[in-house]
Design a protein around this ligand. Sequence first.
Ligand SMILES: C[S@@+](CC[C@H](N)C(=O)[O-])C[C@H]1O[C@@H](n2cnc3c(N)ncnc32)[C@H](O)[C@@H]1O
Length: 321
Amino acid sequence: MADKEYVHYSIMKDEICSFLAPTEPGQLLVDCTMGEGGHSLEFLNRFPDIRVTGLDADPEIQKKAMRRLAPFGDRVNFVHTYFDEYFEFLPEEDRPDRILIDLGISIFHYEESGRGFSFSREEPLDMRLDTSNPLSAEVLVNEYDEKDLADLIYQYGEERYSRRIAQAIVREREKERITSAFQLAEIVANSVPAAYRHGRIHSATRTFQAIRIEVNNELGRLKSVLRGAVKSLKPGGVIGIITFHSLEDRMVKRYFRDLNRECICPPEQPRCVCGGARVVDLVTRKPAVPTAEEIAENPPSRSSKLRVARRISEFWRDADV
Ligand SMILES: C[S@@+](CC[C@H](N)C(=O)[O-])C[C@H]1O[C@@H](n2cnc3c(N)ncnc32)[C@H](O)[C@@H]1O
């Protein structure tokens, strides 16, 4: 893998290209998480008339996508931004026909970024997608108080040993500052029961996930992008979202489900004030998941889920995320 320029494996390419296939020439896909550009490349190759705008918060990975997609010239354009911020002030003429959100981080981040996303590497503890942000994993681990650490490891990592892990972090950082991913992984491994330490997944997996989610405000940004993205879609436009854990999937599922209801007024409301119409159709009632062949080829894809919805008309009303 080390000598390959593009290391990320794009999930459910066929399913995504089929659900999000353009229906007219010149339609615009906003690839909110372009990464190395794997999904965008598929769209550009398969649909010669499609245009793509690719977003990424990480300028380093975006440079790779720029090199990879350069042969497509002005059919592609690149915006360095967090995806939720992109939709905040989107001009009418840039409203997309298709939106893809492939959440999480890329294999590039684990293997090449040098930012401590992987617990098995002696790398600085950073985990920021955009290193101009002040909150790195090192700052979080050394400065959050014990209760906040325990809570976030519990909530975002769904880690049952969160309190013991937070205690151990605080104890160790009093001796010396925690600065590397490997050092943190050791602290976690030494703080959990032996059976857990030798379990199916590495004992630091959930803690690392939790810290990454907090550092990059992943759930907060997902919440805002859901609103912004569906609101900006053109009538008839389609949005597909790939999630990797239940916290994300639950948010997408609930939001699409509520936008698919005719009325979301509380039962005690004497008459409907929400507009009484559905905003989206559910293209996937149950999420699409990778085939057995894809999982065999790329085992991390086993936890991915794809949900797809279609905006029905210009009618808009919001729902809770
Ligand atoms: C799973 S990778 C996408 C892989 C891509 N679909 C492909 O096939 O190559 C997710 C990408 O989204 C970016 N990302 C994650 N959260 C983001 C956010 N809130 N705003 C913008 N980009 C984000 C990451 O930097 C990463 O490059």
